[in-house]
Write a protein that binds this ligand. Structure first.
Ligand code: UDP
Ligand code: MG
Length: 327
């Protein structure tokens, strides 16, 4: 298990500098109904930090057509210098909007959250406390979900199978809602990968990470903007970006099939030469089918090995990330 264990040791405790900037980044797509409540709630939470650091709110309007963009612009005018709105040219989807937001945030600490009131700004305080305790990434562990039981079961199953398949340590029940240190965000922005599963990339980067339990609130309008298809794509991105298990299944199936073919052949030889029995036609047929099937599957498994290597090269992830050099 040591290969997958999460590094949990914090740095030495640190204090937040008064001049430091705390950014909150939120993507929004057709959130007209929630935008007012979200922005005022989040700004109120940020105002509570005004004694301790500077704050900003970066809102990404991901091609909304319900007036969300104009609504956000009014906030930006109201709170100029604190609220910034990034309008994307069309709807590019949640992951792209998040990337745009991270690129436009200037904070030394950056909190990423959804703008649908599911992520509770009350968690900021706990996030900051863990950062001060020496963690670079503090993610929300969804201690309770308000979605329907089937969706909850699917999420539960997804996080567990992902963590088993992934070729790195991945926290369970952690989504996008998290505080990240600037140096983690800098690494995330350096990834050239197209299909991004942010919780996975965030875990991949490393540094000192920890989770705090944060109950996930219900979406007031109960209709996720990402939708079932979007969640499916996200799950696929997660698995295919961080696991080669699906490719290597063929190799295992091939080996099993070749093994079966050899076992049947030995059994047939034994029957023929030692038991003096007539070898049945089915045995030879099974032997041949299993052999050919096995060779095929094994070949696909070999191709998989090359594809996995090509894919690794194409993704072009950094080979390592330096935390610090001591001399
Ligand atoms: N969102 C976005 N672009 C999209 C879909 C969603 O910016 O194409 C935003 C959405 O407004 C919300 C966040 O991403 O702030 C999460 O979306 P949603 O609540 O639908 O995701 P879920 O909670 O269902 O995973
Ligand atoms: Mg949501």
């Amino acid at each position: 298990m040591h290969r997958k264990s999460l590094m949990q040791q914090p740095h030495a405790p640190r204090a937040l500098d008064r001049g430091a900037l705390l950014s909150v980044v939120a993507p929004m797509f057709n959130e007209h109904a929630n935008a007012e409540a979200f922005v005022s709630e989040t700004l109120a939470a940020l105002d509570a930090f005004s004694e301790r650091c500077r704050t900003e709110l970066v809102l990404v309007d991901d091609g909304s057509w319900d007036g969300t963009g104009e609504q956000l612009d009014r906030w930006a005018a109201d709170r100029s210098g604190q609220v910034r709105v990034v309008h994307l040219a069309r709807n590019f989807g949640h992951a792209a909007a998040v990337t745009a937001g991270l690129e436009h945030a200037r904070g030394d600490l950056i909190i990423l959250m959804d703008a649908d009131l599911q992520d509770d700004p009350a968690a900021f305080e706990a996030f900051l406390r863990e950062w001060e305790a020496g963690y670079d990434v503090v993610y929300a562990e969804r201690s309770s979900r308000k979605e329907n039981p089937l969706l909850r079961l699917l999420f539960w199953g997804f996080y567990r199978s992902f963590s088993w398949m992934a070729n790195m340590a991945a926290p369970l029940d952690a989504g996008n809602f998290a505080l990240m240190d600037r140096r983690v965000v800098k690494q995330l922005l350096a990834f050239s990968e197209r299909n991004r599963y942010l919780p996975g990339l965030r875990a991949w980067v490393g540094f000192r990470q920890t989770g705090v339990p944060v109950p996930r609130r219900a979406r007031p309008d109960r209709r996720g903007r990402v939708g079932v298809r979007g969640l499916w794509t996200l799950g696929m991105n997660a698995i295919f970006s961080f696991s080669y298990v699906p490719l290597f299944v063929f190799r295992i199936a091939g080996v099993l099939s070749l093994g079966l073919s050899a076992a049947v052949l030995l059994y047939a030889l034994y029957l023929n030469f030692f038991a003096g029995a007539q070898v049945q036609g089915w045995a030879l047929q099974l032997c041949a089918t299993a052999f050919l099937g096995g060779i095929n599957l094994f070949g696909i498994g070999l191709l998989g090995e090359y594809i996995a290597r090509i894919y690794d090269e194409v993704k072009g992830r950094p080979i390592y990330v330096v935390e610090r050099v001591v001399d």
